[in-house]
Design a binder for this molecule. Sequence first.
Ligand code: PGA
Length: 250
Amino acid sequence: MPQKIVAGNWKMNTSLEEATQLAQSLKDNQTGQEPAKLVVCPPFVWIRTIAEILQGSGISIGAQNCASTASGAFTGEISATMLKNAGVEYVILGHSERRAMFGDSNAVILEKCKQAIVSDLKVILCCGETLAERKAGELETVLTGQLTSVFKNIDQLSASNLVIAYEPVWAIGTGLTATPEQAESAHGFIRNLINSLLGETVGNSISLLYGGSCNASNASSLFSRNNIDGGLIGGASLKSDDFLKIGNAW
Ligand code: PGA
């Protein structure tokens, strides 16, 4: 069975004070009995502070990006090794906002994945189609391209350290959540794809998260589906109560 995971992507939100309050509230109000592994992904600059607050809580820290190179003259970049060093366990790669606004192509995302893997970080690899692609019937082609470019180029052992987040671009931050049927249909396709690329033992062990306007009200109807093992949560992860409800939505 794939691990259940609920990860909060804080994006470029929170002041230091808001971030520390949110982390403290998560720590104080979690039971430790949540069915899902909880992960929070704060902005880079808050990571150390949040890691200290959450120490011993069982809530893991993720980052929202990492560099595609190991070290050197890359002004403004943060390497996977630095993240590991700072207490990070997960890194979100291939988020549609990075693909659309920061030039993260499939080739760049592969290099970032390799950096994360050698630095012993787990990757939350995002994939998903735009509305235009969905309307043009290109959903499966898009997912195949985004996932094959990574999974064809890393070994099986590394692949088992990846988590996939299916995030239809039209559902992110819009309130237009995919229906459980739409999400499960995409997840079923992804499961078959990774099973064919990696074999069923590895493929069936990889967690498939849904992301895109997932919230405390709709999470349980999504998570009850066969191939939906949790969520990557944006807006609703900024409220401690909502995030913990989502972490308990099974
Ligand atoms: P949202 O964002 O939950 O605010 O739609 C999800 C994401 O971008 O990961």
